[in-house]
Design a protein around this ligand. Structure first.
Ligand code: BGC
Length: 833
């Protein structure tokens, strides 16, 4: 039945729609303690040099290991600022709550959980001495293999906007200033510092900017400008983005800082609206001179400083500051577990293999390195070091209790064995040593545990490595106790190429998965010819106070096959098999392929062939291909589940909780199906990435081109079933109010996330996807329970961007309600006039 709707806009609706309401919303509730300071009076008392010092980072004289520092002006009560990453928890030298990766948060479709996620970071950040958080990150997932997909909030702008707003309220409600990043169109890592993103205005407005706009409306105190160019101009000196949109349209009242080393000029960047250069004043250090020589008006400097001071005042940081809370690790852990449970996505569950039954636990086989060494979070600046994290295997054994028998095999050997003497000719030298400074013949490089080298010592091993048979070898450098360094301080060089370094922040091939002995594991797979000697160097510099551990190891082709056979043999005859599979998302590099790395596919295939009751637990940050999908009963996507991930995983597998997540990203069936499969789109040609897919990002692309995904956006099963009915749609506040019932028809309690999608009018004025997410809800239902759900579709969802404004897409449009973007259960036509 068609219902006539007339969302003719009131002036207030129109204002909200067009962003004017941001003025009122810009000051979100912040717990204030201090008095308001007269910022303009303060500004008048600052010298030009003091003003400039507030506009760029510097070295922290008392660093806590955080990413950034801005000195204060103590004589005027302006505090120094400490700025810490990041999206999954507070990244400082001290341990902190490692929350699940933001992609897991996105899977909850729950803004309230986002608020609580933010509150954990907000409180902990303040407790750990931080003032500004370099998070949330809300760049849309455009390229399914982009390195930082795990850090962000999925492929849909409406979902990301709702979550980022909730998270910012949580962070800032605890008094920590949030920085929404990376503004804008920073969607992959390949050539991230230079790539020029070619994107049309409509696509920016409809896909890439809404989450930033929502962050501004939620009151974000700061925005981080991205590394990349947007349409030929660096994002960090982009007048249209930084002033036209952010200030003039959205009325952003906070300050903009650059991403680290993303500032490329002084006066031009400042004039464009980029207030603070981070992490140092490479360009902005010269602003005072530019003012003195008349190249830059001091009023431009004042504007930027005022923006910073206004936020410090708003957060009660001026004039003596505010008390810091105590840390609450137990509270953080509780929230981390709750979100890991809530964001888990049950992708497949044939024969209801999950949850496992008692009988399964009597003879369960668990396969995979990440079952034994937990993959807590992704890599790069979002990596948080928790005080501890147990392994899923330990959690399973503990929760399964007495009477259970759970055996483990690695299946995929990431650790290998020390490269034997027979393959090495080596000399080792201890740097700066009184004795032993001269080269000495050495056998293996295997200094771990009781054989560790002295704390603070420094060594090099040089010589040759010769493989006994031709094949692909995983060469590994493993270590601990290295001196902290950006590039890593325990490294392996083969044939003149550095192929692994332990502990490097970005790149360095350091795995997120530790060895069984707790060492950091780095390296690469290289082809070696039998009998051909290759020059090899291992170098290690230790930190004072911790023994230096170094091991040069390899996984030979033979060892790889043995690990696979061992896993399949163990799985054969067991009641059920559980394979843990992973990928390693990290800042600084995109994944080379969509497939699972490290030869995991053949192992899963072999285990599934050996045992018909096989389930896979995925610890990936984004979509992976699954050539074995039809051979396994169940797939549980746990993402990078944070420090409580093991406990959450075991609880879900054993049925102590129900998975409540839905995919915030589409999983493609084949690499060639993805929206960015053409090189002009990704990684770009001639330094330009053409976003020519326009608004057809994520599921919009699959729907528009009739491509069957492996698992669609919004997909996620439960241990029960849901039935939908009774749809009614009415106009409300310039948008729609969509009501329907959801009933739990199974025998277990469950969580459902009903989703509302909106279709285009016939003969749309601009190309539109067949369906776009327009609203969602999250409901927990007991067995047999039926609930009336009402979802509000905001006015913006009925509009498209054209000729510099939001325009209502009039005509007959279809409202769909469903359990995923491809499992649509109800529909109703409405006429938008
Ligand atoms: C990242 C930012 C991060 C900053 C500070 C940069 O490399 O892109 O997201 O906040 O480093 O660690």
């Amino acid at each position: 039945m068609a219902e006539a709707l007339n969302p003719s806009l009131t002036r207030r609706d129109a204002a909200r729609l067009l962003g004017a309401a941001a003025v009122a919303a810009a000051v979100a509730p912040v717990r204030r303690t201090a008095r308001r300071v007269d910022v303009d009076a303060l500004l008048r008392q600052l010298t030009l040099e003091e003003k400039v010092s507030l506009l760029h980072g510097a070295t922290d004289p008392a660093s806590k290991g955080q990413a950034g520092y801005v000195p204060g002006v103590p004589r005027l009560g302006i505090p120094e600022l400490r700025l810490a990453d990041g999206p999954a928890g507070v990244r400082v030298t001290a341990s902190a709550t490692a929350l699940p990766a933001p992609v897991a948060l996105a899977s909850t479709f729950a803004p309230d959980l986002a608020r609580r996620f933010g509150a954990v970071i907000g409180r902990e950040g303040r407790a750990l001495g931080m003032d500004v958080l370099l998070s949330p990150m809300t760049n849309i997932v455009r390229v399914p293999q982009a390195g930082r997909n795990f850090e962000t909030l999925g492929e849909d702008p409406l979902l990301a906007a709702a979550l980022v707003a909730g998270e910012i309220r949580g962070i800032q409600g605890e008094g920590l200033i949030a920085t929404v990043k990376h503004y804008a169109a920073n969607n992959f890592e390949n050539a991230r510092q230079t790539i020029d993103v070619k994107v049309d205005e409509r696509t920016l407005r409809e896909i890439y900017l809404p989450a930033f706009e929502a962050a501004v409306q939620a009151g974000a105190g700061a925005v981080m400008a991205a590394y990349n160019h947007v349409n030929g101009v660096y994002a960090a000196e982009h007048p249209h983005l930084l002033t036209g949109i952010l200030r003039d349209e959205w009325h952003f009242g906070g300050w903009v800082m650059s991403d680290w080393y993303a500032t490329h000029s002084g006066a031009p960047a400042l004039t464009a609206g980029m207030d603070m250069e981070m992490p140092f004043g490479v360009n902005y250090g010269g602003l005072a001179a530019a003012v003195s020589s008349g190249q830059l008006a001091e009023s431009v400097v004042d504007t930027a400083v005022r923006r910073v001071l206004v936020q410090l005042d708003r957060f009660g940081l001026l004039g003596g500051g505010r008390p810091r809370p105590s840390p609450d690790p137990a509270g953080g852990a509780r929230t981390a577990k709750e979100i890991a449970l809530a964001g888990a996505v049950l992708l497949r569950n044939e024969r209801d293999l999950l949850p496992l039954r008692r009988a399964d636990l009597a003879d369960l086989v668990v396969i995979g390195p990440t079952a034994a060494s937990p993959l807590v979070g992704g890599g790069g600046s979002a990596r948080v070091i928790p005080a501890s994290a147990q392994s899923p295997l330990a959690a399973l054994r503990r929760q399964a209790g007495p009477g259970s028998r759970i055996r483990w095999a690695t299946g995929v050997d990431l650790e290998g064995v020390p490269v034997p003497d027979s393959a090495l000719v080596l000399q080792r030298t201890q740097q700066g040593a009184q004795q032993g400074g001269a080269p000495q013949a050495a056998a293996q490089v295997d200094h771990t545990g009781a054989d560790a080298l002295p704390a603070g010592s420094s060594w090099t091993w040089t010589g040759t490595l010769t493989a006994p048979e031709t094949g692909d070898y995983d060469l590994r450098i493993q270590g601990a106790g290295g001196v902290p360094s950006f590039n890593g301080s325990i490294s392996l060089t083969l044939d003149g190429v550095r192929i692994g370094s332990v502990g490097a922040l970005i790149g360095g091939n350091s795995s997120l998965i530790a060895t069984s002995g707790g060492l950091t594991n780095a390296g690469a797979t290289v082809r070696l010819e039998a009998g051909v000697a290759k020059p090899v160097t291992v170098a290690a510099t230790g930190v004072a106070g911790t023994p230096l551990q170094v091991r040069l190891a390899w996984v030979t082709p033979r060892r790889r096959q043995e690990a696979l056979r061992e896993a399949a043999a163990l799985a054969k005859g067991a009641r059920a098999a559980l394979v843990f599979a992973f990928n390693e998302g990290t800042e600084g590099a995109d994944r080379p392929a969509l497939a699972l790395p490290n030869g995991q596919d053949p192992v899963i295939g072999a285990v599934a062939a050996a045992n018909a009751r096989t389930a896979v637990v995925l610890n990936t940050g984004d979509p992976v291909l699954m050539p074995w999908v039809g051979g396994v009963c169940s797939i549980l996507q746990m993402w990078y589940p944070g420090q409580e991930g093991a406990d959450a995983t075991a609880t879900l597998l054993l049925g102590g909780a129900v998975p409540g997540g839905k995919l915030p990203v589409t999983f493609p069936r084949r690499a060639e199906d993805v929206p960015t499969a053409q090189p002009e789109r990704y990684p770009g040609v001639g330094g330009v990435a053409d976003y020519s897919e326009g608004v057809l990002v994520g599921y919009r692309h699959y729907d528009a081109h009739g491509i069957e995904p492996l698992f669609p956006f919004g997909h996620g099963l439960s241990y029960t079933r849901f039935q939908y009915g009774g749809l009614s749609v009415r106009a409300a506040g310039g948008g729609l109010s969509v009501s329907f019932t959801v009933a739990n028809t199974g025998r277990r309690a469950g969580i459902e996330v009903p989703q509302v999608y909106l279709g285009p009018p016939p003969g749309p004025p601009v190309p539109m996807p067949p369906r776009a997410l327009a609203g969602f809800a999250r409901v927990r239902l007991s067995p047999g329970e039926r609930r009336l759900v009402t979802v509000t579709v905001p006015p913006r969802a009925l509009h498209y961007w054209s000729d510099g404004r939001w325009t209502l897409a009039r005509g007959r449009r279809t409202v769909h309600v469903g359990s995923s973007s491809r499992d649509l259960r109800l529909r109703q036509e409405v006429t938008v006039r």
